[in-house]
Unconditional design. Structure first.
Length: 319
């Protein structure tokens, strides 16, 4: 049976559903604060990214302007690079002459673009005495090696890199040996190029001795009269084909059957082994050599000795 509840004068008034309202009112602000915090973080993140991007763009523009001179007035300066100068010395000279402003940016740019290889000490001294305008001029000086290039690439950069490699291979010690021999670098390279085309074996120093014996003793009893008579020079003239008897009459100073002494210049780009053989030939009395059935060169003091050997070889039986 329902009973009526009467409130005591001292009992506080109770209102229906007051507690749920209180709980609802206390729990609502939290999600609102979370939404406001997330929006603020996103805004700060966007501002941070934009700021960093703007800073990097400014740095990039300053770097590009410095190393590429995109917005600089024209300026001319003469920079002399000595052989003992390091890459850092060169960068310092560029800064001192007002060509760049920030060494660190230039070094970073050079590291990414391979710029270190493009800076060399003045003109190549080994080319100074060679005549300009001759397409044979660089023959022998483009060092044979494995190179890595991006494409497309400036041909001048490619040639320069090969010359730099040759310059590094021909050390000061080797240059001194050449000077002490009384020969020039060009003459030694010419001999080395003949050796390079005549053999790929271990007889380079013996072939060098034959060449020098003929050059130094044109009036010897061997009867060579200063003619080198090297077939590789004929192949150089006929486009790389196997030489024939007719090729021996080609009128060219590169024809060592028709003209005595060395040809005007190298006929190939020799490697370091042939260069070393040309600098340090074996000491022999050989004036002749010929390929045998064993695919090796055999060396002789006289023409008769060579002829006798050839008569025993099947590869010459048809001659």
């Amino acid at each position: 049976m329902a009973q009526e509840h009467r409130r005591s004068p001292h009992e506080p008034e109770r209102r229906g559903r007051s507690a749920p309202r209180t709980r609802s009112t206390q729990s609502r602000p939290a999600p609102a604060r979370r939404r406001n915090g997330g929006a603020s973080f996103a805004l700060l993140y966007v501002i941070f990214v934009i700021g960093i991007s703007a800073l990097l763009a400014c740095i990039g523009w300053v770097a590009a302007n410095d190393v590429l001179a995109l917005n600089k007035p024209e300026k001319t300066a003469t920079i002399t690079i000595r052989e003992e100068d390091s890459f850092g010395d060169v960068v310092s000279m560029l800064e001192e002459n007002g060509l760049i402003e920030y060494q660190s940016l230039f070094k970073l740019f050079a590291a990414f673009t391979g710029g270190r290889d493009k800076i060399v000490a003045g003109a190549f001294s080994f080319l100074q005495d060679l005549p300009l305008g001759d397409y044979h001029r660089l023959e022998g000086y483009l060092y044979p090696d494995t190179y890595e290039f991006t494409t497309p690439q400036n041909p001048l950069y490619v040639i320069n890199k090969m010359l730099v490699r040759f310059d590094a291979k021909l050390t000061e010690e080797l240059r001194q040996q050449i000077a002490d021999s009384g020969r020039t670098i060009h003459e030694v390279l010419t001999v080395a190029s003949l050796i390079e085309k005549e053999t790929d074996g271990a007889d380079r120093a013996d072939i060098a001795s034959v060449i020098y014996n003929r050059l130094n003793n044109p009036n010897s009893s061997a009867g060579t009269n200063g003619y080198l008579q090297i077939d590789a020079t004929l192949a150089y003239l006929n486009g790389g084909k196997v030489p024939t008897e007719a090729d021996k009459s080609i009128d060219s100073p590169y024809n060592t059957y028709l003209y005595p002494g060395l040809p005007p210049g190298p006929i190939s780009n020799p490697g370091i082994e042939s260069i070393l053989a040309a600098i340090n030939p074996n000491s022999t009395s050989y004036y002749y050599y010929v390929l045998g059935d064993d695919n090796c060169h055999h060396f002789f003091n006289t023409y008769r000795e060579m002829q006798n050997f050839m008569s025993t070889q099947a590869m010459y039986s048809h001659s």
